[in-house]
Design a protein around this ligand. Structure first.
Ligand code: CP3
Length: 342
């Protein structure tokens, strides 16, 4: 078997298959005891920069649960270090010592050849592909320029994105300048990942959904489009995950991508008529995994059933799995989805 025949890639291409593939966002990480073991030996940043260790934690959830796709272990903020913006993860959430807010600070961000600044990611991908063999496909990823900009401008996570929004309304030219730089760098970074061997790419836009649709269309969407169009010739399926995309469906469906991620605020069955021509990925609430197992099964099957009518359906959570998630709940979820027949 070749990885090209995997049900994950078949669904992204919209080819018929009898079962629904499953992977979950943040599947490699803190809810796994074997991940915690590795983290005793490496800081998070070291882990992302050490190909053998990144490979090991990428494979952990595949070994344990038999997910139908692996996602390379890294972080959306990792490639920003080579631009001169290194995040510190040691205090819980990511922190940037000096946020990027003025024109001089934006100009000071370096652009770089991906193989030079993030060659360790390409090396890790080669190891991961070797470890996964020819059955389990590997997903590469990057953060969207807007989501990256929120972390750079705010200097970390934020509740209201006040600094970013002040720039958006007062100095949109500055925000655009920053995002243009991030767009070029992100496109080059994803192309490097494809050359290194990933089988699909996902763009994570965790915070693109905080804007009025007019601002989303003017500021966020053109950068996403430039990245996705810039990957078209690679032939690798492209997934766009925009958290909070429900009010923007008419906009995101203008993108040239193979698949769209749906968070849990969307009803899959009701959304599908607006998503013709796209494979869909999602969309169980990550916190549903804290409910009784019968309820996990019931909700997962409802999503699988609705997904039958999509061009293709990849089961996933509507956002990343949270650290205290019980392992047994993930086992029930995987068993349920992999046992479902279309
Ligand atoms: O999906 C995977 O398993 C692959 C690895 C992956 C991580 N982060 C590892 C990680 C991926 C795809 C990401 C994406 C990411 N990172 C996003 C987009 C998706 C989303 O969840 O919204 C965002 C916004 C980030 C930024 C980030 N990284 C935050 C806010 C934090 C701290 C809080 C948190 O949720 O963990 C991180 C750290 C991080 N990234 C950890 C892991 C496993 C935890 C680090 C640790 O071991 O302590």
């Amino acid at each position: 078997m070749s990885v090209k025949d995997s049900i994950f890639l078949k669904n992204l291409r919209g080819e018929p298959c009898e079962r629904t593939p499953i992977w979950v966002m943040r599947q490699a990480g803190r809810y796994l005891p074997e991940y915690q073991e590795v983290r005793k030996r490496y800081s998070f940043n070291e882990l992302c920069r050490t190909p053998e260790a990144a490979c090991e934690v990428t494979l952990q959830p595949i070994r344990r649960f038999g997910f139908d796709a692996a996602i390379m272990f890294s972080d959306i903020l990792t490639p920003l270090e080579a631009m001169g913006a290194a995040f510190d993860f040691s205090q819980g959430g990511p922190k940037l010592e000096r946020p990027v807010r003025t024109e001089a600070e934006i100009d000071a961000l370096r652009t770089y050849e991906p193989r030079e600044g993030t060659g360790f990611v390409a090396e890790a991908i080669a190891l991961m592909k070797e470890g996964l063999g020819d059955t389990t496909p590997l997903i590469g990823f990057a953060g969207s320029p807007f989501t990256l900009a929120t972390y750079l401008i705010e200097g970390g996570g934020s509740k209201d994105f006040a600094t970013l929004k002040t720039m958006l309304y007062g100095r949109p030219d500055l925000l655009r300048k920053l995002m243009d730089k991030l767009t070029d760098q992100t496109l080059a970074y994803l192309r490097m990942q494809v050359e290194a061997g990933v089988d699909a790419v996902q763009l994570f836009d965790t915070w693109g959904g905080i804007l009025h649709p007019v601002d989303y269309a003017a500021v966020v969407l053109p950068c996403v489009r430039r990245i996705m169009d810039g990957l078209a010739d690679t032939g690798v399926p492209r997934i766009y995950f925009l958290k909070g995309s429900a009010p923007y469906l008419d906009l995101v469906t203008t993108l040239d991508v193979e698949a769209l991620g749906l968070d849990w605020t969307m009803d899959m069955a009701r959304s599908l008529p607006h998503l013709e021509g796209f494979a869909v990925q999602g969309n169980l609430d990550p916190l549903a995994l804290f409910g009784p197992h019968d309820e996990i099964r019931r909700r997962a099957l409802k999503i699988c059933e609705a997904g039958k009518r999509a061009k293709g359906h990849v089961f996933n959570l509507g956002h990343g799995i949270t650290p205290p998630t019980p392992i047994a709940a993930v086992e029930t979820l995987v068993e349920t989805v992999q046992g479902f027949r279309r």
